[in-house]
Design a protein around this ligand. Structure first.
Ligand code: SAH
Ligand code: SF4
Ligand code: F3S
Length: 475
């Protein structure tokens, strides 16, 4: 699996394929204190780290890509599953050696695990100096100052308004071609298995003008693709402000606004929620060539009883109906991916089979698949026993993954013999002689370098494929 295939989805990083956290690049300035950030979890966290970098730069810090050089180390953490938190705890063990060598080093925990555990994290992990939740990033320079005096510093206040709309993120480790734009924060959905509403607070949408300005600036800077990010983009809503009350937007109209910036600016988005994605959004996608023909539509289960326990607020028939609408409006070729959870509380063998048959019906191009991990404080943890044995969860998960791999291969084979428009993102990690990019459906395409460069659009005749990648020649 090519790692870069994974970078666009609002997804935790402990999924297949991504094994290392991502860090920001160097911006070495003599005499300045240096910040090192490591980001775990989903794209939202990576995007937030760019905001943190901007806030810290304004406070006079430079960034470094080496933890060894740093005066301040931030881990931007994830809490979505137990193993996401374990990974961070292991990293802290490693970092304690740094702190021994350099006692004035400041270590901060940001993001969802910080928000979930709050001050408990300071008790459990002695080397941590700062705990800051996702809505506290403007306050970070102050927290660092406090920590510099030897105190522990905490801000885990969740806001109803904060969107960081006015902060221009620093894109230090970017490919210069694709970028992410947060359009909303938080989540109001309360899926029973999910910790996100507790770690990221209430849903709020960002001012559309600031979104469009950010996208325009990215295009002017040479970027050719933006992905609009939110936990549930379909519930994006801007009611207008007093000075411009007519300035209402929903997700479909926002998509159109961003698509109109330039035909050469590709627009993607993630994540859609099956209960909220509208025909209006699908028609908008069909109307603009530069809105990519790809939807990430998490299912979580294919069984209506389990979906009810999960509090997803749709059932199997509703989900299949959405698939039908997507195929009717955007065609068979529309790229589709999903999330699926195996072994949720009380899931029977027959109900697990329903997840497999739902996948067969939908013919997903790709999937992000997980064994259920109980999260403290969630509705499911309070109401339903986590009663599916680990080995059963794992076996069901491996059946889901095996089916997805077979389907991915078949879906990719459809493209063999076709010419695909590819936006070049960089040099292939497997061979210096090849470039890679993605097609409209978000599939990675690898082809010989020729005279092409990242940021170019090229037409590639696909000649072969695996379940993860398409290969071909520029025509
Ligand atoms: N907002 C997105 C997903 C956010 S979390 C949505 O609603 O689809 C990303 C994925 O992690 C989820 O779609 C789900 O499949 C998975 N996930 C969340 N909580 C989980 C848990 N407790 N155990 C296993 N997987 C989980
Ligand atoms: Fe979690 Fe559900 Fe919100 Fe997604 S929609 S972030 S799964 S609560
Ligand atoms: Fe993302 Fe993990 Fe938080 S998936 S929203 S960083 S819990």
């Amino acid at each position: 699996m090519e790692r870069f295939a994974e970078l666009t989805i609002l997804q935790p990083e402990d999924k297949e394929g991504i094994d290392e956290p991502r860090t920001l690049g160097d911006e070495l300035v003599e005499g300045k204190k240096r910040l090192y950030i490591e980001s775990y979890g989903c794209q939202m966290n990576f995007s937030d780290s760019e905001i943190v970098a901007a806030v810290m730069r304004n406070a006079g810090f430079a960034t470094t890509s080496s933890a060894d050089d740093a005066d301040v180390i931030f881990l931007n953490t994830c809490a979505i599953r137990d193993n996401a938190e374990q990974k961070v705890r292991n990293r802290l063990v490693h970092l304690s050696a740094f702190k021994k060598r350099k006692p004035e080093l400041i270590i901060g925990m940001l993001g969802c695990m910080a928000e979930r555990l709050k001050t408990k994290l300071l008790e459990e992990e002695q080397i941590v100096d700062i705990v800051a939740g996702p809505d506290a990033y403007r306050d970070i320079p102050k927290l660092v100052e406090e920590a510099e005096t030897g105190q522990k510093a905490v801000n885990v206040f969740l806001s109803r308004e904060e969107t960081y709309a006015d902060i221009a993120p620093i894109r230090l480790n970017s490919n210069g071609v694709t970028a992410f734009i947060s359009i909303m924060r938080g989540c109001d959905n309360m899926c029973s298995f999910c910790v996100v509403p507790f770690t990221r607070g209430r849903e709020r949408s960002r001012d559309p003008h600031s979104i469009v300005r950010e996208a325009q600036q990215l295009f002017a800077d040479g970027y050719r693709e933006v992905t609009l990010l939110g936990q549930n983009v379909d519930s994006y809503k801007w009611a207008g402000v007093e000075t411009a009350p007519t300035d209402r937007q929903n997700f479909a109209s926002l998509l159109a606004l961003v698509a109109q910036i330039h035909p050469d600016l590709r627009v993607r988005f993630s994540t859609s929620h099956p209960k909220d994605i509208t025909d209006d959004v699908l028609h908008t996608m069909a109307r603009y060539d530069n809105i990519c023909n790809y939807i990430h539509l998490p299912a979580q289960s294919g069984n209506s009883r389990v979906l009810k326990l999960m509090n997803r607020t749709y059932d199997r028939a509703w989900y299949l109906g959405k698939i039908d609408r997507i195929r009717a409006i955007l065609g068979e070729d529309c790229g589709l991916s999903h999330d699926m959870i195996s072994g949720f509380c009380s899931e029977t063998e027959a109900e697990h089979q329903d997840s497999l048959t739902l996948m067969e019906y939908a013919q997903f191009d790709y999937g992000y698949m997980f064994a259920y991990s109980e999260r403290p404080g969630t509705l499911a943890a309070k109401k339903y026993p986590d009663d599916i044995p680990e080995d059963v969860k794992k076996r069901r998960l491996s059946e889901i993954i095996a089916l997805q791999q077979r389907m991915s291969l078949v879906r990719n084979q459809r493209h063999v013999g076709q010419v695909q428009r590819v936006l070049v993102e960089g040099v292939s990690k497997r061979s210096e002689k090849d470039l890679f990019g993605r097609n409209d459906q978000n599939k990675v395409v690898v082809f010989p370098r020729g005279n092409h460069q990242k940021g170019d659009y090229v037409n590639v005749l696909v000649t072969e494929c695996s379940s993860a990648t398409l290969k071909g020649q520029v025509v």
